[in-house]
Design a protein around this ligand. Sequence first.
Ligand SMILES: Nc1ncnc2c1ncn2[C@@H]1O[C@H](COP(=O)(O)OP(=O)(O)OP(=O)(O)O)[C@@H](O)[C@H]1O
Ligand SMILES: [Mg+2]
Length: 261
Amino acid sequence: METMLQVNGVAKRYGTGKQQVQAVKQVTFSIRRGETFGLIGESGCGKSTLGKIIIGLEPPTAGEVLYRGEPLWQKNRFQRQKPGDIQIVFQDPQSSLDPRMTIRDIICEPLLALPAHERKEKGSEERLHNLIKRVGLKVEQLSRYPHEFSGGQRQRIAIARALITDPQFVVLDEPTSALDVSVQAQVLNLLKELKRERNLTYLFISHNMAVIRYMCDRMAVMYKGEIVEQGVTADIFRQSAHPYTASLLSSLPSLFQQKGG
Ligand SMILES: Nc1ncnc2c1ncn2[C@@H]1O[C@H](COP(=O)(O)OP(=O)(O)OP(=O)(O)O)[C@@H](O)[C@H]1O
Ligand SMILES: [Mg+2]
């Protein structure tokens, strides 16, 4: 199977002098076309930093990232082979959607990075209407503003925004962590369906083992900037090799139930 993304010995240090933080140290993994690859670990272990390196928001300080065989970073320059081919959905739909923009403008914004003819084609009314309906919202809602929506609806808007460019690869950075448990399940199922319909490949970042088990084919466990274990999700849940994974498993929250409920 084709390798979509190859992360080779990637490291990331923020800041200088005494303020230095080694957020990621020597991380290596690869993601095959069509799979959902999970990245799990406690807060601050470097998950989002890896996501940012992959979508071009932060350059790595060492190592290389290959997307479909081509390096994404040349020194500190991000190489956009095909704009919009890699997209991201962030955790917090409250702060990731500009409150002054209409839903239409929010969803269509990523198209600005595309060449004019592609922008026109991908941003057609027909495609936009199909997309907004597909994520579970209504065409009339395109002229509204983010504050008029619930957290779950806002995350549906963020998903539509990620998909408007017709990406092949999507980074999902804690896409449901801010949502109620029942809403979380609906959004996870929507993401699964969209992946199947559009042949997407996902990097799925979470600190929730139950969500990772539900979503991911393979997974990597991060601890303090390093991957301590990776493999097929079912294998790791059957028998984890690393004590840190075992400690994550022992605090496994239930996916579809409230804690203690
Ligand atoms: N822009 C930045 N400047 C300086 N330090 C940063 C920056 N972004 C992240 N860090 C630090 O890098 C480390 C890794 O952060 P990162 O956001 O990647 O963690 P994470 O695993 O996504 O955590 P969480 O689960 O809380 O989202 C943390 O120590 C964080 O404080
Ligand atoms: Mg994060």
